[in-house]
Design a protein around this ligand. Structure first.
Ligand code: SF4
Ligand code: SF4
Length: 309
């Protein structure tokens, strides 16, 4: 059975990636399950989606605990325990990272028992600028090549089937980018192998640690402090940052600050200021700013600019 987990952040299209890959497997003659799993559902929060596929009926249920392929859309999730990227990895697992750093660098960094591949899926390598909008299809294209049992034409049919609700031009763009990712990964075609069945009879009970029972009043956390959400620095979720162009800004801070879901825009001296520790990069403020005073800057470009200052 193929067991594939897509990890990304809310809004990056991992649910779409799993749908496209699942449909492609189905059209190629497989039985399929595909499902997303959200935690606190917010744009930018870690999420994953998984696909199971095999020629026979699938009797396994629940999340994939031992993946054959882990495709990570956002490398900043790797060190985050809550994202669970490395959960259940085995020698046969393949980790594919969308990253500007190469596989050898990641191999040194991670205690990963299987194979690691890395490529900048939305960078210049694919020669298709503006790839972020089509990231779900791009990741599905890369994964389809890695499993090696999905032909190009089936991948394209799956994209059409999953995107019936969008315009023909958008479908065409998705196909172009998915195909570019597929072809870029073809040298690794078939690197992801089908895993064997997991028998309930072979299930080993975890070594449970007995914790003494306490009444809820003692054992459940009680948070009495106010404004504790400030301690969660959601700025680490950001891939793109809003930057206010002060010469265009009209000072109507109540507009952008009201729409910001994380209260990351505050007024100081009658002007809006963005708290980048808490701005998660959803870009709602940019959409709402009627003066077009907010622009989008990729996070790595902003970081490089900060370093050179
Ligand atoms: S909504 Fe736009 S113009 Fe108004 S304060 Fe915010 S950034 Fe400036
Ligand atoms: S400042 Fe803008 S981009 Fe950042 S969280 Fe608020 S609305 Fe989203």
């Amino acid at each position: 059975m193929y067991r594939i987990r897509f990890h990304g952040r809310g809004g990056q299209g991992m649910k779409m990636a799993s749908h496209i890959l699942g449909t492609a497997f189905f059209l190629a003659g497989f039985e399929v399950q595909d499902a997303p799993r959200f935690g606190a559902e917010r744009r930018g929060a870690p999420i994953f989606a998984y696909v199971r596929a095999q020629r026979d009926p699938i009797k396994e249920r629940g999340i994939i605990s031992h993946p054959g392929l882990i495709l990570v859309a956002d490398e900043s999730l790797v060190p985050m325990p809550a994202a669970g990227i490395l959960d259940g990895v085995e020698k046969s697992s393949v980790l594919f990272l969308n990253s500007r750093e190469d596989a050898a660098t990641w191999k040194k960094r991670l205690n990963f028992p299987g194979k690691i591949l890395a490529m900048d899926l939305i960078g210049a390598d694919l020669n298709v600028p503006g790839g972020q909008r089509f990231f779900g299809a791009i990741c599905a294209g890369a994964a389809a090549a890695l499993v090696g049992v999905i032909p190009e034409d089936i991948l394209l049919q799956a994209i059409e089937a999953e995107l019936t609700h969008v315009e023909a031009e958008v479908i065409r763009e998705n196909k172009t980018r998915a195909l570019a990712a597929f072809q870029a990964m073809m040298e690794y075609s078939g690197i992801v192998k089908e895993g064997g069945g997991r028998q309930a009879a072979k299930f080993k009970k975890p070594e449970w640690i007995e914790v003494p029972f306490d009444e809820a009043g003692v054992s459940a956390p009680a948070i009495h402090g106010s404004r504790t959400s400030e301690l969660m620095k959601t700025g680490a979720w950001r891939l793109r940052r809003p930057v206010i162009n002060t010469s265009r800004c009209k000072g109507c801070w109540w507009v952008c600050s009201t729409f910001c879901p994380d209260s990351a825009i505050v007024a100081k001296d009658g002007r809006p200021h963005i708290d980048y520790d808490h701005c998660k990069g959803c870009m709602i403020c940019m959409v709402q700013c009627s003066a077009h005073a907010i622009t989008l800057v990729n996070e790595y470009e902003a970081e490089e600019a900060d370093k050179s200052e």
